[in-house]
Design a protein around this ligand. Sequence first.
Ligand SMILES: [Zn+2]
Length: 84
Amino acid sequence: MAGVLVLAAGLVIATDRFYGHSTIAFAAAIVMLVIANAPMLRFNCPSCGKNAFFRGPFVVLWPCRVCGRCGHNLDDAAPPSQNR
Ligand SMILES: [Zn+2]
């Protein structure tokens, strides 16, 4: 996720340098972020359904190892792609 963020930022900066400011590159970066976020938002605790990326009111870029609500160990949970 962090890598995608850097990639998206790099894409915007690179396009900015070569073609001048481009809203298309910016839109592409937004789309990439949404795509990157899609599996992230599906990675929920298998016990209580709490999203592993939310810690209280904060969103983190990596999933919690242990569910913040019910204490379920998320380490042995399937990765988002194999979740369903
Ligand atoms: Zn839970």
